[in-house]
Design a protein around this ligand. Structure first.
Ligand code: NAD
Length: 326
C-alpha cells in the first residue's frame, strides 16, 4: 500500500487532499497544529504537532513515504498577509517548517516532496495593469513580491530546489493562485475573497449593502479546490520539477466576484467601497507551462465553484446565528 504524508492536513487544501488520497487507496498520515475545523479527518493517522520543531519533524517522517505534500504555512487572505502586522511570524514560522521538513525528509531518504508556493512570489511591477498581469513562471526574477509572505515562499522554493540539486531528492514546486471551496476559512480573519464575498452576501438581507476593500476593480482568478488537487497530484507524480503555476485563467474583478455571490443567493445588494489591504492591482494564472509539461489544463468555470461554495458558507452563517441566539 502506498503511503503519503500531508503537512498542513488540518487546513483547507490539506484536509481536501487527505480525502482525495484516501479515495485513491493511500495510507495517509496528516500533521497539523489542529484538526480540520469543519469535517472529521479521513487520515489513517493524524498527528497534532508543531512543525517549527525539528524533533517533531523527525518523529513524523519515521517511515518511507511515497509522496510527501508540504502545505503547512502561516498564511491567510489580504487581511492577514498585506497589513504587515504578521510579517515576522509569517516569515519565521513558514521558513522553520520548510527547513525542518526538508531536513527530516533528507535524513529518511524520502524521494518525492511537493511544496506549495504561491502566486504572491511574482513581482509587483508586472501586476500594475488589472487587464494584463504577467505571471509567466520565468518572470519571477528580479524578485519583488508585494509581501513578506511572497518573499518567504520564494526563499523556500529555492530551498526545495537546492535540496533536489544537492541531495538527489525529487521535489515538485507549484505556485498556487487563489484556491477556494467549501471547508475553508470564512470568518476568522484569514479568509480569502471568494469566502469573504459569500459570507457578506449570506449575512446581509436583500436590499442591504456589503462592504468591500478598495474600488473592487482589482482582478484575480480563483481555482476550485478539486481542480487544484488534480493539478497537484498530477505534478507530484510527473517528472517535471517546476516551479509551475496552478490556478485558473478566468480573470474577474472583485466586483464581478461579489455580483456572482449575489446572483447565486438571489439577492440584489449595493457595494460600499471602503479602504483596506488590497495586494496587487491585477493577477491571473498563466498555464502554458503546466499544459506543455503535463498535458492538462483546468477547465472548471468560477461560477460552478461558487455554486458549490456559497451554500456551504450560507450554512455556516446560519449555524453561527443559531449559536448567537442560543
Ligand atoms: P491553511 O491555512 O488552511 O492551511 C495551512 C495549515 O498549516 C493550517 O491548518 C495550519 O494550522 C498549519 N500550520 C501552520 N503552522 C504550522 C506549524 N507550525 N506546524 C504544523 N502545522 C502548521 O491554508 P491553505 O489555503 O490550505 O493553503 C495550503 C498551502 O498552500 C499553504 O502553504 C499556502 O501558503 C499555499 N497557498 C494557498 C493558496 C490558497 O489560495 N489557498 C494560494 C497560494 C498558496
Amino acid at each position: 500500500m502506498k503511503a503519503a504524508l500531508v503537512c498542513g492536513a488540518g487546513g483547507f487544501i490539506g484536509s481536501h487532499l487527505v480525502k482525495r488520497l484516501k479515495r485513491e487507496g493511500f495510507w495517509v498520515r496528516g500533521v497539523d497544529l489542529k484538526f480540520p475545523e469543519f469535517a472529521e479527518t479521513e487520515a489513517d493517522d493524524f498527528v497534532i504537532a508543531d512543525l517549527r520543531e525539528p524533533t517533531n519533524c523527525r518523529a513524523i517522517v519515521d517511515r518511507r513515504f511515497d509522496e510527501v505534500y508540504q502545505l503547512a504555512a502561516d498564511m491567510g487572505g489580504a487581511g492577514y498577509v498585506f497589513t504587515g502586522i504578521h510579517d515576522a511570524d509569517i516569515m519565521h514560522n513558514s521558513a522553520m517548517i520548510n527547513l525542518n521538513i526538508l531536513e527530516a525528509c533528507k535524513n529518511r531518504n524520502t524521494k518525492r516532496v511537493f511544496y506549495s508556493s504561491s502566486a504572491c512570489i511574482y513581482p509587483q511591477r508586472n501586476q500594475l495593469d488589472p487587464n494584463a498581469p504577467v505571471t509567466r513562471e520565468d518572470s519571477a526574477y528580479p524578485a519583488d513580491p508585494d509581501s513578506d509572505y511572497g518573499f518567504e515562499k520564494l526563499f523556500s522554493e529555492r530551498l526545495y530546489l537546492a535540496y533536489q540539486r544537492n541531495y538527489g531528492m525529487q521535489v515538485r514546486v507549484a505556485r498556487y493562485h487563489n484556491i477556494f471551496g467549501p471547508e475553508g476559512s470564512w470568518n476568522d480573519g484569514r479568509e480569502k475573497a471568494p469566502a469573504a464575498m459569500c459570507r457578506k452576501v449570506a449575512e446581509t438581507a436583500a436590499g442591504g449593502s456589503i462592504e468591500m476593500w478598495g474600488d473592487g476593480e482589482q482582478t484575480r482568478s480563483f481555482m476550485y479546490v478539486d481542480e487544484c488537487l488534480e493539478a497537484t497530484t498530477r505534478l507530484t507524480r510527473s517528472n517535471f520539477t517546476g516551479p509551475v503555476n496552478i490556478g485558473s485563467e478566468e480573470m474577474v474583478t472583485i466586483n464581478q466576484l461579489a455580483r456572482m455571490a449575489m446572483e447565486i443567493a438571489g439577492k440584489d445588494l449595493t457595494i460600499e467601497h471602503i479602504p483596506g489591504p488590497l495586494g496587487v492591482r491585477g493577477r491571473n494564472s498563466h498555464n502554458d507551462l503546466y499544459e506543455k509539461e503535463l498535458g492538462w489544463r483546468p477547465s472548471q468555470k468560477l461560477i460552478d465553484g461558487m455554486r458549490k461554495t456559497y451554500p456551504w458558507i450560507a450554512t455556516q452563517v446560519e449555524k453561527a446565528r443559531g449559536r448567537n441566539f442560543a
